[in-house]
Design a protein around this ligand. Structure first.
Ligand code: FAD
Length: 507
C-alpha cells in the first residue's frame, strides 16, 4: 500500500518551494507536481540563446527570505562559489528615469528635478497638507491609488507628479488603480531634500512615510534591511530552478510537465478528485487523462482558475485587461553609458513604453560575455499592438538612448524579443476586488485538504521573497496524512482545454 500523494498544482517557484518544504519535513510523503508548461520554473525561467547566453523572464535576483532554514536550503542549492554576492551586496541598487532625468541616487521620483516653480508648489502644498486631519487619517480599505496618494501627499504632488507617472505605466486613470500598483514602481514615497538634512528629517514617522533617503549609497546601516541578494554567476535564474528541480527529483518528488488540472471536485469539506490532462507521457505524445484522489492539494496556479474549476464563478466576471509585457533582451558592445552601477532602472516617464531596464553586469560581473554586455528592457505595449519584433527592439534601443543609458556610438550585437504569456499583472481596483471576492469564496468552502500559495493567494502577495516565505510558513508544519491507497485512474482522451477555458490567473 502506498500513500496518497500531496498534489502540488503549478511548478513555478511557489510550487517548487512547496514540494521542497514538504519533502524536507516528511521524507516519506509522496509529492507530485503538476505543471501545465513543458518545463517547471514559471515566471522564474530564463531564456537560453546559446552563444548569447541566458536572460531572465520574471524576477532577476534571489533575495534572502529571512527564514534561516529556508534560506539555508535554497542558497545550498548551488556551491558557494557559484553565487555572486559583491561587497556590501545587501540590497538592490535601483535607479529611475523620471522628469527627463536618469536618477542614480534612488528609485523614488526626485522632486528636485522638477522646474523650480513646480517644486515650490509641490512642497508648499505638501507642508500645508501635513497639518490636515485627512493627512493624518488612516487609509481606508476601499481607497484607490488616487485616494491613497492624496492622503499621503496632498493634491499637487498627486495630480501633477504621481498621476502622470503611474498612468503612463498602466495606461489608465489613477482612480481606477489599486494602491498595490504604487508598490510595483516605488511610487509610495518621493525625494525632496538633500542628503545632508534628510537623515534628521526622517526621524519623524510622518516624514519617513512620505520621503525616501536621497542617496542610496549613503543609506545608514540602521535603515538597511540587511537581507542579502544572490544571483547565479552563470546561467541566470534558470540555474537555480534547474538545481531545485534536481534536488526535488533526488528527494523523490514526481514532476509532471505538459500536465494541466482540468477539473476539481469536492465533497464533505474536502477536495475529492482532481483531473489532470497530460499531453505527453515518458516523452511520447499521447493525450491522456488521470484522476487523482490526493491527500492534500497545494494550489499555486492562481485564484481565478481554481475558483472557476470549483464552479464558484461570480455574477460579475469582468476583468480589466493588462497591457502586454514584452521583454527585449540585448547584448551591447559596450557597458551602459550612464548608471553603470544600477541593477535596475524604473521608467515612469510619459511617452516611454519601457517600465524597467535590467542591467545584469551591475550585480553579476560574470554576466559579461565575449559577445557583449547583457541587458533586458521590459516594456508594456497595448494589447492591440502587433508585435513586429524588429520594430519593438528598435523602440527599446531608442528609449535607452533617450534615457542616456546607451550612447549614440554603442552598437547592439544581439537582440531578441519575448512576449510574455503571463506578464505583469494589472492591479486595477476591479481586478484586485474580484480576486479578493474569489479568494473569499474559495476560503468559505473550508476545504480541509487545500492550501493556496503563490501570487495573490493572499492580499498584496506578489514579490518572489514574499511568495516563498508565505509558502514555507503554510507548509512547514504540514502533518503527514494517514496512509491510503494511491489510486490514479488513467484514460486515453482527446486533448481538452485547461482551466475550463479560463485564461489568466491574473488579468
Ligand atoms: C514581468 C515580471 C517581472 C517580475 N519581476 C519581479 C522582481 O523583480 N522581483 C520579484 O521579487 N518578483 C518579480 N516578479 C514576481 C515573481 O515573478 C513572482 O513572485 C513569482 O515568480 C511567483 O511564483 P509563482 O510560483 O507563484 O507563480 P508562477 O511562476 O506564475 O507559477 C505558476 C505555475 O502554475 C502553472 N499553471 C497554471 N495553471 C495551471 C494548471 N491548470 N495546471 C497546472 N499548472 C498550471 C503555470 O504554468 C506556472 O508555471 C515579476 C513578475 C513578472 C510577471
Amino acid at each position: 500500500m502506498s500513500l496518497q500523494p500531496v498534489l502540488v498544482v503549478g511548478g513555478g517557484i511557489a510550487g517548487l518551494v512547496a514540494a521542497l518544504t514538504l519533502k524536507k519535513k516528511n521524507p516519506q510523503l509522496p509529492v507530485v507536481i503538476v505543471e501545465r508548461a513543458d518545463a517547471p520554473g514559471g515566471l522564474l525561467q530564463s531564456k537560453d540563446y546559446g552563444e548569447y547566453g541566458r536572460f531572465d523572464m520574471g524576477a532577476h535576483m534571489w533575495h534572502e527570505t529571512g527564514l534561516a532554514e529556508l534560506d539555508e536550503w535554497l542558497l545550498g542549492l548551488l556551491p558557494r562559489q557559484d553565487w555572486t554576492t559583491p561587497d556590501g551586496f545587501v540590497r538592490e541598487r535601483p535607479g529611475m528615469y523620471a522628469n527627463g532625468t536618469l536618477q542614480t541616487n534612488a528609485a523614488f521620483i526626485d522632486l528636485r528635478n522638477l522646474p523650480h516653480d513646480h517644486y515650490k508648489a509641490c512642497m508648499g502644498d505638501l507642508m500645508a497638507h501635513l497639518n490636515t486631519a485627512y493627512a493624518q487619517s488612516e487609509p481606508e480599505v476601499e481607497d484607490s491609488a488616487y485616494e491613497y496618494l492624496l492622503r499621503r501627499f496632498g493634491a499637487t504632488i498627486t495630480r501633477t507628479v504621481m498621476a502622470p507617472a503611474i498612468e503612463k505605466v498602466f495606461d489608465r486613470p489613477l482612480i481606477q488603480l489599486h494602491p498595490m500598483a504604487l508598490s510595483f514602481f516605488n511610487l509610495g514615497k518621493v525625494l525632496a531634500f538633500d542628503a545632508s538634512i534628510v537623515h534628521d528629517l526622517l526621524q519623524s514617522d510622518v516624514l519617513r512615510q512620505r520621503f525616501g533617503y536621497s542617496d542610496q549609497t549613503q543609506l545608514p546601516k540602521t535603515l538597511v534591511e540587511g537581507r542579502r541578494l544572490f544571483y547565479p554567476k552563470h546561467g541566470g535564474m534558470q540555474r537555480l530552478i534547474d538545481a531545485l528541480v534536481d534536488q526535488l527529483k533526488q528527494l523523490g518528488v514526481e514532476i509532471w510537465t505538459d500536465a494541466a488540472v482540468s477539473a476539481v471536485t469536492y465533497a464533505h469539506g474536502r477536495i475529492a478528485q482532481v483531473t489532470i490532462d497530460r499531453q505527453s507521457l515518458n516523452g511520447h505524445n499521447r493525450h491522456h487523462r488521470e484522476m487523482l484522489a490526493p491527500a492534500h492539494v497545494v494550489w499555486s496556479a492562481g485564484v481565478h482558475p481554481l475558483c472557476s474549476l470549483l464552479g464558484l464563478n461570480l455574477e460579475v466576471d469582468y476583468f480589466d485587461r493588462a497591457p502586454k509585457t514584452v521583454l527585449v533582451n540585448l547584448l551591447l558592445e559596450k557597458p551602459v553609458a550612464a548608471g553603470q552601477q544600477l541593477f535596475y532602472v524604473y521608467c515612469t516617464e510619459p511617452g516611454f513604453a519601457t517600465y524597467r531596464v535590467v542591467n545584469y553586469p551591475a550585480f553579476c560581473p560574470d554576466a559579461i560575455r565575449d559577445a557583449g554586455y547583457p541587458m533586458t528592457v521590459e516594456l508594456f505595449l497595448p494589447e492591440s499592438q502587433t508585435h513586429d519584433h524588429q520594430a519593438v527592439a528598435a523602440q527599446a534601443i531608442d528609449e535607452l538612448r533617450r534615457m542616456g543609458m546607451v550612447g549614440a556610438d554603442t552598437s547592439v550585437r544581439f537582440s531578441a524579443v519575448e512576449v510574455l504569456k503571463q506578464g505583469f499583472p494589472l492591479p486595477s481596483m476591479t481586478n484586485i476586488n474580484l480576486t479578493e471576492c474569489r479568494r473569499q469564496r474559495i476560503n468559505s468552502l473550508g476545504l480541509a485538504n487545500l492550501t493556496m500559495i503563490g501570487i495573490l493567494a493572499e492580499p498584496q502577495l506578489f514579490f518572489q521573497p514574499d511568495v516563498i516565505r508565505d509558502t514555507y510558513r503554510k507548509l512547514v508544519d504540514f502533518v503527514d496524512p494517514a496512509p491510503h491507497a494511491f489510486s490514479a485512474g488513467m484514460h486515453d482522451t482527446e486533448p481538452t482545454q485547461t482551466d475550463s477555458g479560463y485564461a489568466p490567473s491574473w488579468a
